[in-house]
Ligand binder design. Structure first.
Ligand SMILES: Nc1nc2c(ncn2[C@@H]2O[C@H](COP(=O)(O)OP(=O)(O)OP(=O)(O)O)[C@@H](O)[C@H]2O)c(=O)[nH]1
Ligand SMILES: [Mg+2]
Length: 331
């Protein structure tokens, strides 16, 4: 990952491997970018003014793009290669891991402020318009509803919930309903918009109330979803600044991550739990591309199953003895 360029010897190496072992090799491939720890020391990073994380992410993307481009120009079919690079194979792997560990069902709880796109995401996960979405300024969902779908033989239940901080003063009642109806969960999706100008009091309050009501262990099962990610590049701040779209997007993503993690630590969630909370962006279904990825929904499922699989592994560190899936019981 520290080479100045993606060079002829890399191209030749890929070509020779493909010719000798067949293009199917790439169906099982994971590209490992080595010497990643030395990227911040590279002269290009030192001379310009971009933050370390941004420079690092841009470099990962540049390598990904270059390798993808080169693979496409070889004999492998473009779609196949696209899938390898952008994650469908990785999703298959995560699902296999889940099923082979004895996983059969997944219970997902969505929560967050009103209007952040919980019902929209519910519909995206179920793959059908089952939950009513709001189109005006009033809060839409006022009950906790379970929606079910079977995907890859896995029975998935998504609990859509009323938005918190909706100015009706009903938060306590909503939280009581969540506790009552969601008796166990494998994955908790905390949703917040990636387009907010600031990370505000209503987000902080929402996080605090959820933690007080459902316990700090909730965050051991959390995946934070930054919604409306497709609208980030329309923000006035993007229009004013001259930074590339992907840099603006990555910076914003990291800023939300930092703010949310800082707040979780401030309210007493253990640092190790906070460090392990993953984040993923969500956009629209019609055009699933985002500045940093081809398909946010595939990337979402990968992050979701990775999160669930990791929790199961941490219970059985040798990864061998996992007779049943560990989930979190809401008490
Ligand atoms: N462009 C875009 N629109 C979205 C996205 N998420 C939600 N929307 C739209 O935003 C509006 C509000 O979304 P909802 O899913 O109803 O929000 P909610 O969080 O369920 O709201 P409450 O039920 O009031 O808590 C709807 O018109 C959605 O179609 C997104 O990621 N991108
Ligand atoms: Mg809703």
């Amino acid at each position: 990952m520290t080479s100045k360029r993606f060079r002829t010897d890399d191209l030749e190496t890929i070509k020779k491997l493909t010719e000798a072992l067949g293009e199917k090799l790439w169906e099982h491939a994971l590209v490992v970018l080595t010497f990643a720890n030395e990227v911040p020391l590279s002269p290009t990073k030192k001379t310009d003014d971009v933050p370390e994380a941004t420079a690092f992410n841009n470099r990962v993307l540049a390598f990904k793009k270059a390798i993808n481009k080169h693979l496409k120009s070889s004999d492998a079919s473009a779609t196949e290669v696209g899938q390898i690079i952008f994650g469908a194979k990785n999703l298959e792997y995560q699902i296999e891991e889940f099923v082979s560990s004895g996983g059969q069902t997944v219970n997902i709880l969505l929560s967050g402020k009103t209007g952040v796109g919980k019902s929209y995401l519910t519909n995206a996960l179920i793959g059908e318009n089952v939950a009513a979405e709001g189109y005006d300024i009033d809060p839409q969902t006022d009950n906790v509803t379970a929606y079910e779908v079977v995907k890859n033989g896995i029975s998935i239940t998504v609990f859509d919930t009323p938005g918190l901080a909706d100015a009706t003063g009903n938060d306590e009642e909503y939280l009581r309903k969540i506790k009552e109806k969601v008796t166990h969960l494998d994955l908790f999706l905390f949703c917040t918009e990636m387009t907010s100008r600031r990370f505000r009091t209503d987000d902080l309050e929402t996080i605090k109330k959820l933690t007080e009501t459902l316990g700090e262990k909730l965050w051991e099962h959390a995946l934070v979803v930054l919604t409306f990610a497709n609208e980030v590049s329309l923000l006035p701040a993007k229009k004013k600044g001259n930074v590339p779209e992907v840099t603006f997007f990555n910076d914003r993503f990291l800023a939300f991550k930092k703010a949310i993690k800082k707040h979780l630590v401030a309210i007493g969630v253990p640092e190790i739990t906070v460090t392990n909370v993953p984040f993923t962006p969500a956009g629209e279904l019609d055009d699933p591309r985002l500045p940093d990825r081809e398909d946010w929904l595939t990337a979402f499922w990968i992050a979701a199953f990775k999160r669930i699989n990791r929790n199961a592994k941490s219970c059985f560190p040798n990864g061998k003895c996992r007779p049943y899936f560990i989930f979190f019981r809401l008490c």
